[in-house]
Design a protein around this ligand. Structure first.
Ligand SMILES: *Cc1c(COP(=O)(O)O)cnc(C)c1O
Length: 493
């Protein structure tokens, strides 16, 4: 399978090359030249596979030059790090299901891909004869950072550096990162919000001078952000897996359409659903749920993507994003795969902070997507009602999805089947979760966690509990202008 950039279709490269490069030299994102298709029989065949095998099967459709046995054993190793089933589907009510994606090592859905990415990247280097060490730079809104650090720690030939917005992440998320173990890791807080962080990292990536300096030191850049196709690809698998599970227990018939509701930030997770649909998965509507930073809701409703607006800090930090990078891949598809149009729009976005799609494109989008958002109050109310009504513990990101799924059902009918993706464990946001469940406000995340454990049947994950006494290794804060200096210091160490 070959890949090209959303901004220039003339150069085609292999999947492994797309993964080790991360972002295209023209600033565009790599997309498959066409979508591989699965027949209904192939989808049925997933029933007899475990989660790791399902993922390897889906990956093999794109990563055609990877050896299938090695791919399978890498997936088995990755998903063995999870606590039980990596992607269980829980029925909460009639026609309402939650796909829990937070049972991995860092308790957020990012683990679904970041436990597999190190293999994809290193195998990719081998396949391409790349001898240089890999330097991974990652901007995080909270969960990617920890998940990437954990995935790449102590990997030979790889150094990883993570940047997070100071004050922009939860206490637990911050603790997880600044206590990270491993000899090849570095973590740095950056003054500003996630968009500042992400654009500063992207600038370093696209600077040819910097690339040369890095190369002189024996390194080549790669990215663990969801702009990397290696991040996106493993995420496609859980949509197929959930469908297979629902069919297997008789909740749906094969061929029946299912709607998926996704709490969205950088648009990676929901884009994977779109890819699954292009591959032949019977998906109805893709429901894009946002928090108070509802730029995507506005985009789907108006056809204009406009970042000239206020940025809000919310209790769902991983969705506090104004520039959703992966939307570029969707805009590319709906433009009729026009690279010139996509390049123009992305240029307008970076210079004017706004671009618009045509009415026709907006109408086409609205046939596939439903978009909505939840305010902070609605988010807290939703956590509370799922706890009270269903005895189901959830956290702010997931609750936003649950709320928007309810809005969708009000409009399209209660008999629509919706699978809501749960993206993090309640224990990553314990103070807010406890407040929403009980009204009680505790500052200490560990005390709040203890209370949640008392109230629910859900034990606190041991790895989070241990953070209480873990050594804080990375306490540095830099400005955006100094980010590059930190990177250079790190590779020379
Ligand atoms: C990253 C993240 C999201 C957003 O996912 P995208 O792929 O960036 O849209 C939602 N919830 C949580 C908990 C996350 O970590």
């Amino acid at each position: 399978m070959q890949f090209f950039s959303t901004r220039d279709k003339s150069v085609k490269i292999s999947a492994s090359k797309a993964i080790i490069t991360g972002i295209a030299p023209d600033g565009g994102l790599y997309v498959p030249c066409e979508f591989p298709k699965l027949t209904l029989d192939e989808i049925k065949s997933l029933e007899s596979m475990d989660y790791a095998e399902r993922t390897a099967f889906i990956l093999s459709k794109y990563l055609t030059e990877y050896n299938f046995e090695r791919l399978t054993s890498a997936c088995k190793k990755a998903y063995a790090k999870f606590d039980g089933d990596p992607a269980p589907v829980v029925k909460v009510d009639d026609n309402e299901y939650v796909l829990e994606l937070y049972h991995g090592p860092t308790h957020a859905f990012k683990d679904m891909a970041l436990t597999v990415l190190p293999f994809l990247l290193k195998e990719g280097c081998t396949l391409n004869g790349q001898k240089e060490n890999v330097l991974i730079l990652t901007a995080t809104s909270g969960d990617t950072g920890k998940s990437a650090l954990e995935g790449f720690k102590d990997n030979d030939g790889v150094k990883i550096m993570v940047f997070y917005p100071d004050e922009g992440v939860s206490k637990m998320q911050k603790l997880q990162m600044i206590t990270q173990e491993g000899d090849n890791v570095n973590v740095c807080a950056v003054k500003g919000n996630f968009d500042d962080c992400q654009s500063a990292v992207k600038r370093i990536f696209n600077d040819s001078e910097v690339r040369k300096t890095i190369a002189d030191n024996g390194y080549k850049f790669s990215s663990a952000n969801s702009i990397n196709f290696g991040r996106l690809a493993p995420q496609i698998a859980y949509y197929f897996s959930a469908y297979s599970d629902l069919a297997q227990v008789g909740e749906i018939e094969y061929g029946e359409k299912v709607n998926f509701c996704v709490p969205t930030g950088n648009f990676g997770n929901i884009l994977a659903c779109y890819y699954a649909k292009q591959m032949g998965l019977p998906v109805g509507k893709m429901i894009c749920a946002s928090n108070k930073n509802n730029i995507l809701t506005d985009f789907f409703h108006t056809g204009s993507y406009d970042v000239n607006r206020e940025f809000y800090k919310t209790t769902s930090p991983s969705m506090d994003i104004l520039i959703s990078s992966n939307l570029e891949r969707l805009v590319f598809e709906f433009s009729g795969r026009s690279d010139t149009l996509t390049a123009e729009r992305m240029k307008a976005l970076s210079t004017k902070g706004i671009y618009s799609i045509t009415d026709k494109e907006r109408e086409d989008l609205s046939k596939e997507f439903y978009a909505g958002f939840a305010t902070e109050e609605e988010t807290f109310d939703t956590i509370n009602s799922y706890f009270e009504d269903y005895d189901y513990a959830t956290e702010p990101h997931t609750a936003i999805g649950l709320k928007v799924a309810r809005d969708f059902k009000e409009e399209f009918g209660e008999d629509e089947k919706v699978v809501c993706l749960s993206t993090a464990s309640p224990y990553k946001f314990p103070t807010d979760v406890l407040k929403a469940m009980t009204g009680k406000e505790l500052q200490d995340p560990f005390k709040a966690s203890e209370k949640i454990a008392d109230l629910t049947a859900m034990p606190m994950p041991e790895s989070l509990n241990k953070l209480m006494v873990a050594k804080k290794r990375f306490t540095n804060t830099v400005t955006r202008e100094n980010l590059l200096d930190e990177v250079l210091k790190f590779i020379k160490k």
